[in-house]
Ligand binder design. Structure first.
Ligand SMILES: O=P(O)(O)OC[C@H]1O[C@](O)(CO)[C@@H](O)[C@@H]1O
Length: 467
């Protein structure tokens, strides 16, 4: 197990390496120990009330068996599985699937794929949704509609379209083609699911969307696609135990949080996540929601206006070395870069020893692609270090269910701990309400008449400003 432990390397955040001006010292960390200790106490106290998501790796034996049974049934009788959801109800399933299955999973022949084709529909762009219907056979597809609140307009609109299509096409059998994953009581989805008799999985209380990947939200899609969900949970449990330690110098999640917190205090308002593995590309998307919605807050817990947060930026190594790294090394000193480094790739490709007479490319021959990508990660880290840019690296020995489970738990604990340090609520998202309400009003939802009027009364746009 220890060989599969993921680690945080924070050397390049420290003054010893980065220089006094930008780097942090042990004294900087020790100076906020009272705050760290308080945050640790809060984390411990909130485990069972407020942060129930932390217990998901430990308390789902029964539901895991139900998920495995349902997944086996789906794998038997369908060739496509579609997640309908958005935000935390879509990004985790997508990140885990792409991390742990073949990069061209959907294009593999069925016998090599071993599970149904997998799609995540996390938008209401009509072109995209309609395009899905061109490539699937409804009678061989199961739709997993996922919504914690059970009322998100985007997800419900998708669901309504598919519900009608399935009923028209399959009559009463439509019910076997929809699985609901939602809250036990809140929202409309649970009511519809119970009334119509869909197979339903519950997202437990205290597990908000962006902290729900290890609940049935992520576990069912993963199991359907043949991913070992017990290993995923075992990895998360393993990391959770490491992240219970109060000593920040032994706890990677706390150290990640403390250094980001100190960096925010010095105006580093951007958090770049840069995996050096295509398989982890969508982890940067998942992290973007986790970090942005959890920490971007106007008020602290004492209702003081604080306007805190860090803007997450997604990058991919090596691809974005040729797009964004110029900015990271020479632009404003406003970022912390988090690399995700993979020590051993599951496939290796040798670069042939050809063109030996052209030294500027011949040197590549005899190396492997794994060596090349790792060298480039190290080189980028070094370039940032030389330019005195804060960066740290999460090292995965390999991408597998155990390490991916660890990564999820590590980043969730780190985010929640940063919230504690900032003294904010990391589990709400009041800032998205205005936009949601305005949408309801524009589309005529009852009860939103005043908002509709407010929108109608807004100053008209000036034509001269549209050019
Ligand atoms: O799972 P739900 O309730 O449909 O919400 C989807 C997403 O919408 C949000 O509530 C933001 O609008 C996210 O926090 C959440 O992950």
């Amino acid at each position: 197990m220890e060989q599969m432990q993921i680690k945080l390397d924070f050397n390049n955040m420290m003054a010893e390496f980065l220089g006094e001006k930008e780097g942090f010292t042990r004294q900087d960390i020790e100076a906020i120990l009272p705050q760290i200790n308080q945050a640790h106490q809060n984390m411990t106290e909130k485990r069972d009330t407020g942060m129930e998501w932390r217990n998901l790796p430990f308390n789902q034996q029964q539901v895991v068996e139900q998920i495995l049974n349902t997944a086996a049934d789906i794998r038997n009788r369908c060739d496509t599985f579609v997640v309908l959801g958005i935000g935390g109800s879509a990004l985790g399933p997508l990140a885990v699937q792409t991390a742990l299955n073949h990069w061209h999973y959907n294009e593999l022949p069925p016998e090599k794929r071993g599970g149904p084709r997998f799609y995540v529909v996390d938008n209401v762009d009509p072109e995209r949704v309609a395009a899905l219907f061109d490539v699937i056979d409804l009678s061989r597809t199961v739709f997993n509609v996922i919504s914690k609140s059970g009322s998100t307009s985007e997800t419900m609109a998708q669901f309504m379209i598919i519900h009608k299509m399935l009923q028209d096409r399959l009559g009463d059998r439509y019910v076997h083609h929809i699985i609901a994953t939602t809250d036990r009581e809140k929202g409309n989805l649970i009511k519809i699911a119970r009334h119509e008799g869909f197979t339903t999985f519950i997202i437990p209380g205290g597990v908000g969307g962006r902290y729900s990947e290890l609940s049935p939200v992520g576990l069912l899609p993963a199991a359907v696609c043949g991913i070992d969900i017990k290993e995923l949970l075992a990895g998360a449990a393993y990391m959770d135990k490491i992240c219970r330690q109060g000593d920040v110098f032994s706890n990677p999640a706390y150290m990640f949080a403390v250094l980001q917190y100190l960096a925010m205090g010095r105006g580093k308002n951007i958090s770049v996540m840069m995996p050096y593995a295509d398989s982890l590309k969508y982890f940067a998307d998942w992290y973007a929601q986790l970090w942005a919605e959890s920490l971007g807050k106007r008020f602290d817990l004492n209702q003081r206006e604080v306007f805190v947060g860090q803007t997450p930026v997604k990058a991919l190594g090596t691809t974005d070395q040729h797009s964004q790294v110029q900015l990271y090394t020479e632009g404003p000193f406003d970022k912390v870069v988090t690399f995700l480094k993979v020590e051993r790739y599951r496939q290796e490709l040798a670069i042939p020893k050809i063109f030996a007479d052209i030294p500027s490319i011949g040197f590549l021959g005899g190396h492997t692609m794994g060596e090349l990508i790792n060298a480039e990660q190290l080189a980028t880290e070094y370039a940032l270090l030389k330019a005195h840019r804060l960066n740290h690296t999460i090292i995965l020995p390999e991408v597998n269910p155990f390490t991916v489970g660890q990564l999820i738990q590590l980043l969730e604990v780190a985010t929640a701990f940063t919230g504690e340090l900032l003294n904010i609520n990391a589990f709400d998202q009041p800032g998205v309400e205005e936009g949601k309400n305005a949408t309801y009003a524009l589309l005529g939802r009852p009860g939103y008449e005043e908002k509709r009027q407010e929108l109608a009364d807004r100053p008209a746009k000036k034509q001269e400003y549209i050019i």
